[in-house]
Design a binder for this molecule. Structure first.
Ligand code: SAM
Length: 358
């Protein structure tokens, strides 16, 4: 797929947000509130579809609910009602003869689609994530991280104690990262040679795309043992395994990896300001003077409500100890940890905030 220029992506996002806001202003308030408060319906319809593989038979062409139910051993009338509900949200279409087809959006729920978002649906509707959301009213009162208070563990402790969910989370991050990676790779002036270290890099989805685009670069992937366990197979499938060294390391206690460029993609948004300063100090301890650190995140200006960043920010509230931040906020955190400001680049999907080690 060709990567659209960042300005086009940004324009499309702003247009879509603007149209949503305009339709909210035009719709009668009760109708709009009914629509928003019904948000649980599309989410749980998606969950049910992914859990049962409901849409898989439609990949071969239009089917009736009875045919889908027969293939999957499901209840036919319920299948019709759920597929029809999904049609309301544009995931399926329904013809007059009662046959359902997949729309291009619905295709992204197929597990084998190259841009599948099935793992993200599973993760975002999992019991552990919903536990954090359910605790949000209390977090409004006491400001305590919702997930930690609901489960008695940080999300990272929870995931390392539940390997299956940890693997699902790694798949989710891989899916989300692969959506943004082409734009990030295109937007930054990567060196032709040297080493790129992906800190908290999961299975190495971002690192792999940088290395594929720049054959002269080598990679170091730093993370905890769980995500690193799935990295070898993933990096081999992307054809870069022999150029990557995996290093078990901790964001807080340290890791040894000298590199020219360090990536922190969607890592700092998991942590509060004090923790971010500690993470940046850890990276600074590993980095030679002059190395660049690229903070790759959706950037949130304090007084701008915008999709997806402002919704990601409340997700961080429900699941982690972190938040989305502006470039200025990252620069302020980094100033205490041995970095000076570099460039701020809008890749279209993600902001690239460059810090330079001094
Ligand atoms: C939101 S994920 C981002 C993954 C990856 N950078 C991406 O964007 O696809 C955060 C990552 O931080 C890692 N992580 C969390 N706590 C960590 C710690 N104490 N030390 C090292 N990595 C940690 C997690 O395992 C996870 O892979």
């Amino acid at each position: 797929m060709r990567t659209p220029p960042p300005a086009v992506v940004r324009f499309a996002q702003r247009l879509s947000s603007g149209l949503t806001r305009a339709s909210a202003l035009l719709a009668p308030p009760q109708a709009r509130l009914l629509e928003v408060s019904g948000g649980v319906a599309p989410v749980m319809l998606l969950r049910a579809a992914v859990d049962t593989g409901l849409l898989e038979p439609l990949s071969a062409g239009p089917h009736t609910a009875a045919e889908v139910a027969g293939r999957l051993g499901l209840h036919a009338d319920t299948v019709h009602r759920v597929l029809r509900g999904l049609a309301v949200y544009g995931l399926t279409s329904l013809d007059r003869r009662g046959r359902f087809s997949l729309t291009p959006t619905g295709r992204l729920l197929l597990v084998d689609h190259p841009h599948s978002m099935a793992a993200w649906i599973r993760y975002s509707t999992s019991a552990m994530v919903l536990a954090g959301w359910a605790r949000l009213p209390q977090t409004l009162r006491d400001g305590q991280p919702a997930f930690n208070a609901a489960t008695g563990q940080t999300i990272w402790e929870y995931l390392s104690a539940h390997p299956e969910e940890e693997a699902g989370f790694a798949r989710t991050m891989r899916e989300l990262t692969l959506m943004a990676a082409p734009l990030i790779v295109a937007a930054y002036p990567w060196p032709a040679e040297g080493t790129v270290c992906d800190v908290g890099g999961g299975v190495g989805a971002m690192l792999a795309e940088v290395l594929r685009a720049h054959p002269g670069l080598h990679g170091v992937l730093v993370d905890q043992p769980g995500p690193l366990g799935g990295a070898g197979e993933y990096l081999a499938a992307r054809g870069v395994a022999e150029r990557v060294t995996a290093v078990e390391g901790d964001l807080f206690t340290g890791f040894a990896a000298a590199a020219d460029v360090y990536l922190l993609k969607d890592v700092l948004h998991d942590w509060d300001d004090a923790q971010c300063r500690r993470i940046l100090s850890t990276v600074r301890s590993a980095a030679p003077a002059g190395a660049k650190v690229l903070v790759l995140e959706w950037l949130q200006e304090p007084n701008r409500a915008e999709f997806p960043v402002s919704i990601s920010d409340v997700m961080m509230l429900a699941q982690t100890e972190g938040r989305q931040r502006s470039a200025q906020e990252f620069f302020a955190l980094a100033a205490d940890s041995g970095f000076i400001r570099g460039r701020v680049i809008d890749s279209g999907a993600y902001g690239i905030v460059e810090l330079v080690a001094i």
